[in-house]
Ligand binder design. Structure first.
Ligand SMILES: Nc1ncnc2c1ncn2[C@@H]1O[C@H](COP(=O)(O)OP(=O)(O)OP(=O)(O)O)[C@@H](O)[C@H]1O
Ligand SMILES: [Mg+2]
Length: 315
């Protein structure tokens, strides 16, 4: 049934460089959350802090009631079994073929027989469309295939918590669509708690229950998908619409005067709209034959209410 992750007052620096500070959020058990943010805002650092690979200066990360920032190495080893992690670079072992890479967590953390391991590995490879590539080395396959191999490896231990760092980068649009469906279906079937870092706005709009946005060393917002999608906060709007105009610049930050100017130039289009008037993209539903998790009813009611209010406001 997935596990809740409760982050409170988390701050991470490297030397004098503060990456983000005072980050607080709760990843609800069994829900899918997406973390957005410009490149370099510390999304990957955030995921690594959640698994205890990096130590924060302040704050706590409570998983099933235990603060993992305070655990010793051997205790962390146990907690990590709850996690399936896909790192941004795939992090496959270069000298091992795909089969052995994907089998690795099973051989390391379980006492399963090789025949059972084979069943699980082939099942996950099939799930991500890699059947037939068992004997290939990571250096012999495409970037997208490496991503999918990392994905299969993240799933073999049936994790309670799944962290994906840009699972969709390097994939073609059709593969991204399959991947999104896979995430929604998996979540409905295994009920794990998901956190996905992505730059793909279309995915961020359709897939998660919750969306967060990191910007300028802060968590600007974290909340239900429909709240972020209909938010009028300028940083959120700019990011979700992939615009150049707004607070986010090429070097991450712009000065206030320039932002004012750009937002004024946009008037007449979306900035001039009434609050709550932003479009609510429909959610991606689990595939045929997959039972929807119970929370979907409450979400559907919330979204219907939002649409009703928008219709009233537009009338
Ligand atoms: N081990 C480390 N030591 C020192 N600095 C680090 C380390 N890891 C990350 N950083 C710095 O932390 C900042 C955030 O990096 P991070 O990789 O988390 O960004 P990101 O949001 O994932 O970016 P992208 O979208 O490009 O993947 C960067 O300035 C990076 O240089
Ligand atoms: Mg990153």
């Amino acid at each position: 049934m997935g596990v809740e992750i409760c982050v409170e007052g988390l701050t991470k620096s490297f030397g004098h460089q503060v990456i983000w500070q005072d980050v607080s959020l709760t990843l609800p058990a069994g829900e899918v959350s997406v973390m957005l943010g410009p490149s370099g805002t510390g999304k990957s650092v955030f995921l690594k802090t959640l698994v205890g690979l990096l130590k924060p200066e302040r704050g706590s990360v409570k998983i099933a009631g235990r603060d993992i920032t305070r655990l010793r190495e051997h205790e962390l080893y146990e907690v990590r079994k709850l996690f399936g992690v896909l790192f941004q670079d795939g992090a496959l072992f270069g000298s091992m073929n795909l089969y052995d890479n994907i089998a690795f967590p099973l051989r390391e953390h379980t006492r399963k027989s090789e025949s059972e391991i084979r069943r699980i590995v082939l099942e996950k490879m099939d799930m991500v469309g890699l059947i037939g590539s068992e004997a290939k080395l990571p250096g012999e396959i495409s970037g997208g295939m490496r991503k999918r191999a990392g994905l299969a490896r993240a799933l073999v231990l049936d994790p309670e918590i799944i962290l994906f760092d840009e699972p969709d980068s390097g994939l073609d649009p059709v593969r991204v669509a399959y991947l999104n469906q896979l995430i929604v279906d998996l979540n409905a079937q295994i009920d794990a708690t998901f956190l996905i870092v992505t730059h793909d706005i279309a995915s961020a709009r359709q897939v998660p229950d919750n969306i967060g946005l990191l910007f300028r060393r802060e968590l600007v917002m974290f909340g239900p998908r429909e709240e972020l999608l209909t938010s009028d906060e300028p940083v959120v709007r700019q990011f979700l619409n992939g615009r150049m105009q707004g607070p986010i610049g090429m070097a991450e930050e712009k000065d206030a005067a320039q932002v004012e100017q750009e937002l004024a130039a946009l008037s007449g289009s979306e900035t001039a709209q009434t609050p709550g008037s932003q479009a609510l993209t429909p959610r991606l539903l689990p595939g045929p034959g997959i039972t929807r998790p119970p929370r979907w009813e409450a979400i559907a009611r919330r979204e219907a209410e939002l649409r009703r209010r928008k219709a009233v406001a537009d009338a």
